[in-house]
Design a protein around this ligand. Structure first.
Ligand code: 6PG
Length: 290
């Protein structure tokens, strides 16, 4: 595992200012062969959204250049609005090639206030593109809320098998997975110390005791997240600072976000300066001091 690089970005430009957290970079628990994370920290969320939007548009264009659909998994929380604020300003994105899954989803009706589908639809899907460049409703893979959480997870895997054309024994490779991190360090619906962190025999798992409500959810598992071509984390606010520093340093099951390290893919954290404060402070300390 290589050391993370960090860029502290002003509204207009990103500047490479450093590359390492000292000894904490050399964690033995980081995945061998995983690509080093890049941390892009912004003073303003508007600038974060702009950079994120451009990067997502470029990922979509890269799939188009390969002549392939763009497979993307999206999270809930603050991410849909932060993403939409930047992406919808990028001209020329062909959303008709998008195949949209949810990195995690609450098993609630699709018009429920807790539905990640609803949040993404309102912020992004319904507004993205026009005419032939819009996302087809058939290409947005929503959870089936009429099922139990366990059944919904199994049904969701089947949708993924159909789109990716990969048998259950293989692992689908998303072009892009967009993740958030909760103040407790959870990502998708993978919570600190929870048995779901050890699941490696399924693409999609269910949870019925989520510490963050609502309790019934489905989530992509770590092997799927780590098989992605790109993972972009989006993380803002001082409440995330302590666990962001842990996720970028010595990761263990206490901060699940730190376990997401795509084996061969790109990993970029889009954060604001409040969230990256502890990380940047640790990086600024002389080597060996923690
Ligand atoms: C969910 C999310 C979850 C989210 C984090 C961060 O549906 O609960 O997918 O993993 O990304 O909790 O949420 P915030 O960005 O709102 O802090």
């Amino acid at each position: 595992m290589q050391a993370p690089s960090v860029q502290v970005a002003s509204a207009a430009a990103a500047v490479l200012v450093g590359t390492c957290l000292g000894r904490r970079c050399a964690s033995s628990q980081q995945r061998v062969g995983a690509v080093a994370p890049t941390v892009r920290s912004f003073a303003e969320t508007a600038a974060l959204s702009e950079a994120l939007g451009r990067a997502v548009a470029e990922a979509s264009a890269a799939a188009a250049r390969r002549g392939a659909p763009f497979t993307v998994a999206i999270s809930g929380g603050s991410l849909p609005k932060l993403l939409a604020a930047g992406l919808l300003r990028v001209p020329g994105v062909d959303y008709s090639s998008w195949r949209v899954f949810f990195a995690d989803e609450r098993v609630v009706p699709l018009d429920h206030a807790d539905s990640n589908y609803k949040a993404c639809d309102e912020a992004l899907f319904s507004r993205a593109g026009s005419g032939a460049s819009k996302i087809s409703a058939d290409h947005i893979y929503a959870v089936d809320p009429s099922l139990s959480a366990e059944q919904a997870a199994a049904a969701y895997s089947k949708h993924m098998q159909a789109v990716f054309g990969v048998p259950p024994s293989g692992t689908p490779e998303f072009d892009l997975v967009l993740l958030g991190m909760g103040p407790d360090g959870h990502t998708a619906s993978l919570f600190p110390g929870h048995p779901l962190l050890d699941v490696s025999d399924r693409w999609v798992a269910h949870i019925e005791d989520s510490p963050k409500l609502p309790p019934k959810r489905i989530t992509l598992t770590l092997p799927v997240l780590n098989a992605a071509r790109r993972v972009f984390f989006v993380c803002t606010g001082a409440g995330k600072a302590a666990n962001l520093a842990v996720a970028l340093g010595t990761a263990d099951g206490s901060v699940p976000a730190g376990l997401v390290k795509p084996t061969n893919g790109e990993l970029v954290w889009y954060v604001d300066d409040a969230a990256s404060a502890d990380y940047r402070a640790a990086k600024a300390k002389p080597s060996g001091e923690h």
